[in-house]
Design a protein around this ligand. Structure first.
Ligand code: GTP
Ligand code: MG
Length: 362
């Protein structure tokens, strides 16, 4: 394959280029070239896959979460415990070969959980059909990496795998903008705290075919982040690392493992240990909140909250109701923590918080 060879050749060159200030521009150009070739390869594969088979996973519910991890760590067991699914569980590896969905009810939200098997090293290079698996992950709102004591070292490998596929875990997109122009060459403006050399940026831009453009960089970013900002296929997804089978580890050992891994969650799917905490962590990481809609003179619907992104305004809530309103909002009455007093009148731009009650007036 010509593209593969080119990628390899460029990677080799990059490895052979020493890391120092004088080679930064060269390294930038090489890195940009690799990124561009990978994107080209991705596009080609997507085109050829469009007609062929792939994982057809319909996204349902308020959000979608992918469970990823090496074989036999208990992904299916976890899925069955968290949701209504009945995925096969067995003591040997690669029991689950396709994506199995389940629905988790939490705080009135329907959260779709996907058991995504087979993310093994080499997936981003498409060894063993890993590309489809990656596309399922790329389209989810949260990634839960599952491991057990035996496979604990796989966490960094899986993160690397996802990184190679353009998935940026727990990161914000770089604070920059690129405007393509029809003429005038490359124009770069940066804030004072940006250390990345303009020459390097220019080289990277040219390598990616941005010959006429205006680029604004507002934060000190690394070369890799700058390249990310130019690529179309990057996705930014939050993640959780879930250590399963705590029941199999003696407590002194478990203490040792927990040290330095404060942000991990430790559960036993089999013993149903800490699963409620995992549910809550999933909810928190998804950054969702509940809003109860109320009709004039009636009690709010406490059974079926509207699930919206944290920080949503009254207008956002109206948008997510998926209805077109015949009249403009005159005001909203609100109850709950964001209200100064019960039944406060607010405008569409008012920011709501979890569990607010909203009545729309037209
Ligand atoms: N002791 C213990 N065993 C568990 C736990 N969770 C799962 N297991 C066992 O681990 C084995 C593998 O579980 P699965 O749920 O099939 O694992 P998986 O990650 O889906 O495996 P693949 O589908 O092969 O990738 C089974 O024998 C489970 O009973 C747990 O919390 N504690
Ligand atoms: Mg399984």
């Amino acid at each position: 394959m010509a593209i593969d060879e080119e990628i390899e050749k460029t990677k080799k060159k990059l490895r052979e280029t020493p890391v120092n200030k004088s080679t930064e521009t060269d390294r930038g150009r090489l890195k940009a070239k690799i990124a561009r070739l990978k994107e080209k390869k991705d596009k080609k594969e997507k085109e050829s896959q469009a007609s062929g088979q792939g994982y057809a996973v319909k996204h349902r519910g308020d959000a979608t979460v992918s469970l990823v991890g090496p074989p036999s760590v208990g992904k299916s067991t976890l899925l069955n415990r968290l949701t209504n699914a009945e995925s096969d569980v067995a003591g040997y590896e690669f029991t689950t070969l396709e994506v199995v969905p389940g629905m988790m009810k939490h705080k009135g939200a329907n959260i779709q959980i996907l058991d995504v098997p087979g993310l093994v090293s080499g997936a981003s290079e498409d060894i063993g059909g890993g590309k489809q698996v990656l596309s399922v992950i790329r389209n989810s709102d949260l990634v839960v990496i599952v491991v057990d004591e035996e496979k604990i070292d796989m966490v960094s490998r899986m993160k690397k795998e996802l990184y190679g596929a353009g998935v940026r875990l727990d990161k914000e997109p770089p604070n920059m903008d690129v405007f393509k122009k029809s003429e005038g060459g490359i124009e770069i403006s940066t804030t004072r705290n940006v250390a990345l050399e303009k020459d390097t940026m220019e080289e990277v831009l040219r390598e990616n075919g941005f010959l006429n453009c205006k680029v604004v960089v507002r934060d000190d970013i690394t070369l890799d982040e700058f390249i990310d900002g130019l690529m179309e296929n990057r996705v930014y997804i939050p993640s959780i690392v879930c250590f399963n089978k705590t029941d199999k580890v003696i407590s002194s050992e478990l203490e040792e493992i927990r040290k330095g891994r404060k942000d991990w969650i430790f559960v036993s799917a089999e013993e149903r240990e800490n699963l409620e905490k995992l549910r809550e962590m999933i909810w928190q990481k998804l950054g969702l909140m509940r809003v109860y809609m109320k009709k004039r003179g009636k009690e709010p619907d406490r059974e079926e909250p509207l699930i919206v992104e944290s920080g949503s305004t009254v207008h956002d809530v109206m948008d997510s109701l998926n209805k077109s309103f015949s009249k403009e909002l005159s005001y909203a009455k609100i109850w709950g923590e964001s209200a100064k007093f019960p039944g406060q009148k607010v405008g569409g731009e008012h920011t709501l918080v979890d569990r607010d009650v909203v009545e729309l007036r037209f």
